[in-house]
Design a protein around this ligand. Structure first.
Ligand SMILES: NC(=O)c1ccc[n+]([C@@H]2O[C@H](COP(=O)([O-])OP(=O)(O)OC[C@H]3O[C@@H](n4cnc5c(N)ncnc54)[C@H](O)[C@@H]3O)[C@@H](O)[C@H]2O)c1
Ligand SMILES: O=C(O)C[C@H](O)C(=O)O
Length: 333
């Protein structure tokens, strides 16, 4: 039995993500929570003849508690998206408290669940969840993930296009490390598998496109939000990876995700190579029964990529601190 809960299930990401999770046959219970419309989304999705039983929950009558109780995995796309001209950090003022309050619910009702944070700014919302879980005495860094899979998905697509093989994007695997906003997103094109020969101008252009791919969608949607469908795909893919590893369905699951480097999974080596005391970074991980089993080194980098990492580290420190001090200043915990 595997219960998956989506918080923010009626939103632009939440609906297609819930649809994709309904197709995951490892999931037996799918709980859809939102502050609006979740019963309708649940009724609709529940007619699909895959194994999971779907229920929708709203805030009255303990909806959050019911949605979370017994959850093995909680995916959080709740909160507001960007409009043109905004940075992800501009969402902090609204989304920080939304994510904090959801984390309080997780601490009380699903303390052992894998928690997958999609809500932006991910660089800060993941530390917010961690600090709440720490305050409540239930924090396990191996079970908390910032979802950065969309950056990895974009990198494959854009590199395949640049290599003149747009229909072969699944074949191109590119590590993307760091955080999830602008220059904190660091594609390691030199490690592309299979190798691609790119001149420096193309590397510059691809790096910029991967770092600012989110802006491309925000601009195209012209005020109607940010990436939802590609994010749902990426979120469902990452959730499936976590569940495949936890259930033993797959023996070696390798992903990139924004995690606490200070876990038993071996992130301290990465942190010390990054210089300073950076606590969170998107890194290559092996997933296992209990979440992050091993954090791997970032691997060989070009001088150009080392420069990108330096810029990412400089920005990330402030983003992380902002999330941590928000929780420290929250008097209602
Ligand atoms: N990590 C990533 O790669 C990535 C990619 C795309 C979008 N995002 C982020 O995901 C978030 C959601 O984006 P969206 O386009 O789905 O937005 P949306 O506005 O379409 O949907 C958000 C949903 O969250 C719900 N919500 C608000 N407060 C809530 C609460 N307290 N509890 C439960 N639900 C609540 C809303 O009712 C809404 O249905 C944004 O912050 C966006 O920036 C992250
Ligand atoms: O760009 C955004 O604000 C949404 C998301 O983080 C993305 O990368 O598409």
């Amino acid at each position: 039995m595997v219960k998956a809960t989506v918080i923010g299930a009626a939103g632009g990401i939440g609906q297609p993500l819930s649809l994709l999770l309904k197709q995951n046959t490892l999931i037996t219970d799918l709980a859809l929570y939102d502050v609006v419309n979740s019963p309708g989304v649940a009724a609709d999705i529940s007619h699909i003849n895959t194994p999971s039983v779907v229920k929708g929950y709203l805030p009255p009558d303990g909806g959050l508690e019911k949605a979370l109780t017994g959850a093995d995995i909680v995916v959080i796309p709740a909160g507001v998206p960007r409009k043109p001209g905004m940075t992800r950090d501009d969402l902090f003022n609204i989304n920080a408290s939304i994510v904090r309050d959801i984390a309080v619910g997780i601490a009380a009702h699903a303390p052992k669940a894998f928690v997958l944070v999609i809500s932006n700014p991910v660089n800060s919302t993941v530390p917010i969840v961690a600090e709440v879980l720490k305050k409540k005495g239930v924090y396990d860094p191996k079970r908390l993930f910032g979802v950065t899979t969309l950056d990895v998905v974009r990198a494959s697509t854009f590199v395949a296009e640049a290599a003149g093989q747009p229909t072969e994007s699944l074949k191109f695997r590119i590590p993307v490390v760091g955080g999830h906003s602008g220059v904190t997103i660091v594609p390691l094109l030199s490690q592309c598998d299979p190798k691609v020969q790119l001149d420096q101008a193309t590397i510059d252009q691809l790096t910029n496109r991967i770092q600012f791919g989110g802006d491309e969608v925000v601009k195209a949607k012209d005020g109607a939000g940010s990436a939802t469908l590609s994010m749902a795909f990426a979120g469902a893919r990452f959730a499936a990876a976590v569940l495949d590893a936890a259930s033993g369905k797959a023996s070696s699951v390798h992903e990139y995700t924004y995690v606490d480097l200070d876990s038993e999974a071996g992130g301290k080596d990465v942190a010390s190579k990054l210089g300073g005391n950076l606590q969170y970074f998107s890194v290559p991980v092996t997933l296992g029964k209990n979440g992050v089993e091993k954090i791997h080194p970032l691997g060989g980098m070009s001088e150009y990529e080392e420069g990108l990492v330096k810029k990412a580290v400089a920005d990330l420190g402030g983003n992380i601190e902002k999330g941590q001090s928000f929780v420290a200043k929250s008097s209602n915990l």
